[in-house]
Design a protein around this ligand. Structure first.
Ligand code: ZN
Length: 193
């Protein structure tokens, strides 16, 4: 999910790596129109070092793109892995890796503007639960539950949607959705998408 500052020049500090940390791979973000974004991703069954590396690379890619959430299909990998950090990399404790996640409880409603790293430059109002409880697995394959409120709940829902091939556009009114789709079509024709 895109941060609020995505459409403007950000002066935020980038996350600095410690000297010992291996250099991370920054993946390009797949944009709307690529079929990988609109198909359900595969369940992860293998919990190994490769998956851990990939999740760290996804955090790095997400921070580079100034996002607060990134799902594996957005880097072209159709697997049920997503990373979330609503602190924008400021708080290492806020890094959340979700593997095979599902929403098991939702409460309340909040209507707020939302954006997506795969649909840069466009935002729209989406109603999401105020509170959600997500059940997922960690990098070791151990199950856990995590509760999110407001922006964190929104990020969980947005990223889990990605793993199901759903984009935030699908939550907008048909009018707004068609308008955005038309603008993207025009951008694509001009070679700017
Ligand atoms: Zn997104």
């Amino acid at each position: 999910m895109a941060d609020k500052s995505t459409t403007s020049e950000s002066t935020q500090e980038k996350v600095t790596q410690t000297a010992e940390a291996p250099p991370r791979k920054i993946y390009p973000i797949v944009k709307y129109g690529d079929a990988v974004l609109e198909r359900p991703a595969a369940t992860i069954k293998k919990f190994d070092a490769e998956l851990e590396e990939l999740s760290e690379d996804m955090f790095a890619s997400m921070y580079a793109a100034q996002g607060v959430g990134l799902a594996a299909p957005q880097i072209g990998k159709s697997i049920r892995l997503a990373v979330v950090d609503v602190s924008n990399g400021k708080n290492p404790e806020a890094k959340i890796v979700l593997i095979n996640p599902e929403v098991i409880h939702a409460e309340g409603e909040v209507r707020e503007e939302e954006g997506c790293l795969s649909i840069p430059g466009f935002r729209g109002y989406v109603i999401r639960p105020q509170f959600v409880t997500v059940k997922a697995q960690n990098l070791k394959g151990e199950p856990f539950e995590i509760r999110g409120e407001n922006l964190l709940a929104r990020a969980f829902c947005h990223e889990i949607d990605h793993l199901n091939g759903i984009l935030f556009l699908q939550h907008l009114s048909m009018l707004k959705r068609d308008l955005i789709k038309r603008k993207i079509k025009k951008l694509r024709k001009e070679g700017e998408w």
